[in-house]
Design a protein around this ligand. Structure first.
Ligand SMILES: [Zn+2]
Ligand SMILES: [Zn+2]
Length: 301
């Protein structure tokens, strides 16, 4: 494992561990006391050495690049950014120019999803997949900063509505958090908060039970599997009431988990929920098509 990734993993493992076993007190202690010390050590002493010894690389293919968090030209050309024109509700691209702002696709008009809007930085393709895998399974936690960088424009357009949204990551069950050492969605939310100044709360939503992998399940079975799997932390209920929430996840596949989370947040008093992900599997798109890679189903997290 590269030294830079090992350091990131070490830090996040420590914070996640303290937060998981000690809740807000130890989590707060680790964030307020330990992190600045470790960060200053990393930035002040290690970073110049690491930058010299380990050149910056393209997050897609590993080619040496001039700037941090930048793709090489070849990978850049393969990225499929999502944006207008798209359905105002679900964010799926319109093939033809819509009638006007706020236009919705047929399925959203007839059966609106629970979220106010769903957006993703990229269509799920080879490069988006590699970045997500490097974060989630390769433990390259620096990828979360890169993902947040490309998700920020969508946050700005939501925040322009005049609200001050709360960033809430899709939670992991505590055993998965213990096993992995970090929640990739919480890392992305933290970087989004740092970039936009919006508050992020990784403890507002939690998994009240673990769920099985969703990969082989039908859409209906996925919804059954994640139904009731999420809960609002009782100490956060008052803070949630009347707030607009931006639910953060890495990859949007069937949306079953996002739907369960959104319904729980609305039940808990949220005024509206927007869903924001790094990449989205478009209808007709596939996941795991080359390597049989681990499932990205959101219920799998
Ligand atoms: Zn590249
Ligand atoms: Zn739609």
């Amino acid at each position: 494992m590269p030294i830079r990734a090992a350091m990131d993993k070490h830090y996040m493992g420590v914070f996640s561990f303290l937060s998981a076993i000690g809740g807000p007190i130890l989590g707060s202690f680790s964030a307020r006391i330990c992190k600045p010390i470790l960060d200053s050590f990393s930035v002040g002493i290690c970073k110049p050495i690491l930058d010299y010894a380990l050149p910056l690389r393209c997050p897609g293919c590993g080619t040496i690049t001039a700037e941090r968090d930048r793709f090489c030209l070849d990978c850049w050309g393969q990225l499929d950014f999502l944006g207008d024109p798209c359905c105002a509700r679900c964010g799926l691209p319109f093939e033809l120019e819509p009638d006007g702002p706020g236009s919705q696709c047929g399925p959203c008009a007839s059966a609106p999803p629970p979220w106010q809007s769903a957006r993703a930085a990229l269509a799920y393709g080879e490069i988006a997949r590699k970045v997500a895998i490097r974060l989630k399974y390769g433990r390259r936690t620096g990828m979360a900063r890169l993902m947040a960088h490309y998700m920020v424009p969508h946050i700005r357009s939501i925040a322009e509505s005049g609200d001050s949204p709360l960033l809430v990551p899709v939670p992991l069950h505590r055993w998965r958090l213990w096993n992995r050492g970090f929640n990739q969605s919480a890392l992305i939310a933290r970087h989004l908060g740092a970039a936009t100044g919006l508050p992020a709360d990784p403890f507002l939503l939690r998994r009240s039970r673990s769920t099985r992998p969703l990969r082989a399940m039908s859409p209906r079975a996925r919804e059954r599997e994640v139904r009731g799997a999420f809960a609002i932390d009782p100490s956060r209920r008052a803070a949630l009431r009347g707030r607009t929430v931006i639910l953060i996840d890495d990859v949007h596949t069937s949306g079953a988990t996002a739907r369960a989370c959104t319904e729980r947040l609305l039940d808990g008093g949220a005024a509206a929920v927007h869903l924001l992900c790094w990449a989205r599997v478009l209808p007709g798109g596939t996941i795991d098509k080359h390597h049989g890679a681990p499932d990205f189903g959101m219920g799998n997290s």
